[in-house]
Design a protein around this ligand. Structure first.
Ligand code: ATP
Length: 296
């Protein structure tokens, strides 16, 4: 028997005054998978995650997280969930080491705090007060506090915002390690390469509902889209669209030998994502721009 999904959401709704932040959202996160939720600013990602964490009330819809309704779940349920909170300002005078060790004591089966400090790359900062950390280091501390309790399910809301590229890579290794331990992870991100690198599946949310989902390779029919073969011909740049780029390249090579300027291009995850949400500025912004054009 396949285990029940870690997260099941159907027809979720949440409004703030007249604003429909979440508008009929359906979502499933299977046990052991990494699901990335993508979407433009204001799409409803954080609201959804906060409802799943039990921090925000919903207006309507069914929600099950580790088999329970987060709106009614208790302490024991909470100890099975890892929440990466943004900012622990009231604890700014504590050191990194003190905080991680302190949080570990709240959980029945916590990870070794020293291992967690190493895993998030804060060993050199272990005696530094949290108020003295950089933004990226603070975020890593948030992650450390979110995972030290050995949660079955971790919510990561834009975990690598403000990370330098090297820190982002080590964070990805950390997440891959959690997954290898069987942890289920739901992450929101604006970094398409992060979703591509980490996620088993991605869900694209726009205006409070899911507009597409799939593996990073297949999202929006990506793998089925035609490839573009480009090269430099005698008269300048040439390009053809084809379902069989290998055959095209073989043909070119037979004619030209080493093909000058050869490139085979497929739509990136970012291309597909932007087409799903309506262009580089997102559908909502495109409409606003049109309206602005109208009044000029
Ligand atoms: N506490 C609140 N009161 C009123 N409106 C809110 C509140 N929180 C969010 N909103 C609005 O609800 C919508 C969804 O916001 P949410 O933060 O869930 O989006 P998001 O997808 O996480 O965006 P981002 O990518 O910018 O973090 C936005 O229009 C936002 O302005």
């Amino acid at each position: 028997m396949t285990p029940a999904p870690a997260v099941e959401v159907s027809a979720l709704r949440k409004t703030y005054g007249p604003k429909k932040a979440v508008d009929g959202l359906d979502l499933v996160v299977q046990r052991g998978e990494i699901l990335a939720v993508l979407g433009p600013n204001g799409a409803g990602k954080t609201t959804t995650v906060e409802i799943l964490e039990g921090f925000r009330r919903r207006d309507a819809g069914e929600v099950r997280v580790l088999g329970e309704d987060p709106a009614a779940a208790g302490r024991q349920w909470r100890s099975r969930i890892g929440v990466v909170l943004q900012g622990t300002d009231d604890l700014a005078e504590a050191t990194v080491g003190e905080l991680v060790r302190h949080f570990a004591r709240y959980y029945p089966d916590a990870r070794d705090p020293e291992d967690v400090i190493d895993a998030v790359g804060l060993r050199e900062k272990v005696r530094v007060r949290t108020r003295q950390l950089s933004g990226g280091q603070r975020r890593r501390l948030d992650v450390a506090l979110g995972i030290v309790g050995r949660p079955e399910l971790v919510f990561l809301d834009e975990p690598t915002t403000g990370f330098d590229p090297q820190a982002r890579r080590s964070f990805w290794d950390l997440i891959a390690g959690l997954r290898a331990d069987g942890t289920t992870i739901l992450l929101t991100t604006h970094y398409l390469e992060e979703a591509e690198h980490l996620a088993d599946r991605v869900v694209v949310v726009d205006r409070g509902r899911v507009v597409a989902q799939g593996t990073p390779a297949d999202l929006g029919g990506r793998s089925a889209r035609q490839a573009v073969v480009r090269w430099t011909g005698e008269d300048g740049p040439r390009e053809v669209r084809t379902d069989t780029p290998t055959a095209t390249v073989a043909e070119l090579a037979a004619h030209l030998g080493e093909v000058p300027g050869l490139q085979v291009l497929r739509p990136t995850l970012e291309d597909v994502y932007l087409s799903l949400i309506g262009g580089p500025d997102g559908a909502a912004d495109a409409v606003t721009d049109e309206a602005r054009e109208g009044v000029r």
